[in-house]
Design a protein around this ligand. Structure first.
Ligand code: UDX
Length: 461
């Protein structure tokens, strides 16, 4: 069997850094080297303040597949470089999430550039760690997936990588497959997780108009072991570097392979996510008497989830943009995200629109104190589930706000405080529940159809 003595990891980001630290700790006989084109990042890893910036397989921003297909230019550049500098027997492991058949592209680059002194095997070994729990996920994975060639050489390479993981992962948790299954499983796993969130978010919309409570529904369905209780938390929509990117990649792949029905099915997961962000933003505007123009709104939380400073694809960006388009003055607070990052995210042009930096800097203020954000505000909008937001002095906040004072809980973190908040005088609006049982009126002054008991009966709810 090939014995692995040295591992070189290309990319010192969220995946490369933690993965190699765990391998080095668990396999003391293996020399692990991590390289990156970004010298600052390497310096930071060697210092006491670790950098956490992802080494990306970004989505293409131009040309065919723009906004959806993975941009393989970095993978290709790595493959060419490896072919250039290597000799002997090498196992090349794809760990970043790559589109299905990326291993094939890497193989072809090697075949076209290989010197007689070099032999290689390409393996797919996708990473399933989540941000904020990277080390736990790596040390206690649900499974490790290794895909490779069905040839004897491919199987030897799989065994070699397997022996690294066997230092700390039980044998029955190491799954070996062919390369394509492994690559597709990573996209499919993320697509399934994203789909669960879109499913519960679609139910949250129904809850808000029927009087059901999405938390109760999630609990009730989650106790069915076939469904399971995790990833059923209704929210302002999923963010992060993986879900949207991977689902769009899957959609693109299906279209390219002439499977339009399958593509449309997965596209809907993204559409519900966009809908949820828009729906939450519209609810804020509707509650604030149909206009937020020039109104101060405190937006609490900008990271895509708690315990990370990462804002990639965060729903906060989208909700901020919708409110800015309506002329709201946003005062944004996040315990971890830097002010420059927030301004960068809000002024970055998206494929469909440009955001005028002058307007953004006129309407957006970044604050380092949540109480300051709420002073003289019409509403508080909670976008990230940071624990500190449950510990604020809401009595003090209410005193300093304009009345009626609204709280929009996009994460269901204030459920246990609802009575108290209402007692203080807040109007609480929350995802997937109609807290105040208000009777909304339509523009003409009629009761909205869904609120009339006889209508509810008619549609057999
Ligand atoms: C995800 C996958 O979980 C991980 O396996 C994969 O390797 C990388 O992508 P990550 O992006 O770090 O990890 O975050 P995750 O915890 O999965 O959350 C993603 C988004 O979904 C967040 O915005 C989170 O707030 C949201 N979410 C998650 C919900 O809205 N509801 C839930 O029930 C769970």
């Amino acid at each position: 069997m090939v014995e692995v003595r040295r591992i070189c990891c290309i990319g010192a980001g969220y995946v490369g850094g933690p993965t190699c630290s765990v391998i080095a700790q668990m396999c003391p006989e293996v020399t692990v080297t991590v390289v990156d084109v970004n010298e600052d990042r390497i310096r930071a890893w060697n210092s006491d303040s670790l950098p956490i910036f992802e080494v990306n397989t970004p989505t293409k921003t131009f040309g065919i597949g723009k906004g959806r297909a993975a941009d393989l230019k970095y993978i290709e550049a790595c493959a060419r470089r490896i072919a250039d500098v290597s000799s002997g027997c090498k196992i090349v492991v794809e760990k970043s999430t790559v589109p299905v058949r990326a291993a094939e592209s890497i193989r072809r680059i090697f075949n076209a550039n290989t010197k007689s002194s070099l032999s290689f095997q390409v393996l797919s070994n996708p990473e399933f760690l989540a941000e904020g729990t990277a080390i736990t996920d790596l040390k206690n994975p649900d499974r490790v997936l290794i895909g490779g060639d069905e040839t004897p050489e491919g199987q030897h390479a799989i065994q070699a990588l397997r022996s690294i993981y066997e230092h700390w992962v039980p044998k029955n948790k190491i799954i070996t497959t062919n390369t394509w299954s492994s690559e597709l499983s990573k996209l499919a796993a993320n697509a399934f997780l994203a789909q669960r969130i879109s499913s519960i978010n679609s139910i949250s919309a129904l809850c808000e108009v029927t009087g059901a409570d999405v938390e109760e529904v999630a609990h009730a369905i989650g106790t069915d072991q076939r469904i399971g209780s995790r990833f059923l938390k209704a929210s302002v929509g999923f963010g992060g570097s993986c879900f949207q990117k991977d689902v769009l990649n899957l959609v693109y792949l299906c279209e390219a392979l002439n499977l339009p029905e399958v593509a449309r099915y997965w596209q809907q997961v993204i559409e519900i996510n966009d809908y949820q962000r828009k729906r939450f933003s519209s609810r804020i505007i509707n509650c604030l008497f149909n206009t937020v123009t020039d109104k101060k709104i405190a937006l609490l939380g900008f990271a895509f989830k708690k315990n990370t400073g990462d804002t990639r694809e965060s729903s906060s960006i989208y909700i901020s943009r919708y409110l800015l388009e309506e002329g709201a003055c946003l005062h944004i607070y996040d315990p971890k995200v830097k002010a420059e990052q927030i301004m960068h995210d809000l002024t970055q042009p998206t494929p469909s629109e440009r955001h005028d930096p002058a307007t953004v800097s006129r309407l957006v203020t970044i604050v380092t104190d949540p109480y300051k954000a709420c002073e003289n505000a019409h509403a508080i909008v909670i976008c990230t589930e940071w624990d500190v937001f449950t510990e604020l002095d809401y009595e003090r906040i209410h005193k300093a706000m304009l009345k009626p004072a609204f709280i929009f809980d996009g994460r269901r973190i204030l459920d246990s405080l609802h009575d108290q908040l209402q007692h203080i005088g807040f109007q609480v609006e929350t995802i997937g529940k109609r807290v105040n049982q208000r009777i909304p009126f339509t523009a003409s002054g009629d009761r909205s159809e869904m609120d009339q008991p006889q209508q509810l009966k008619k549609i057999k709810l």
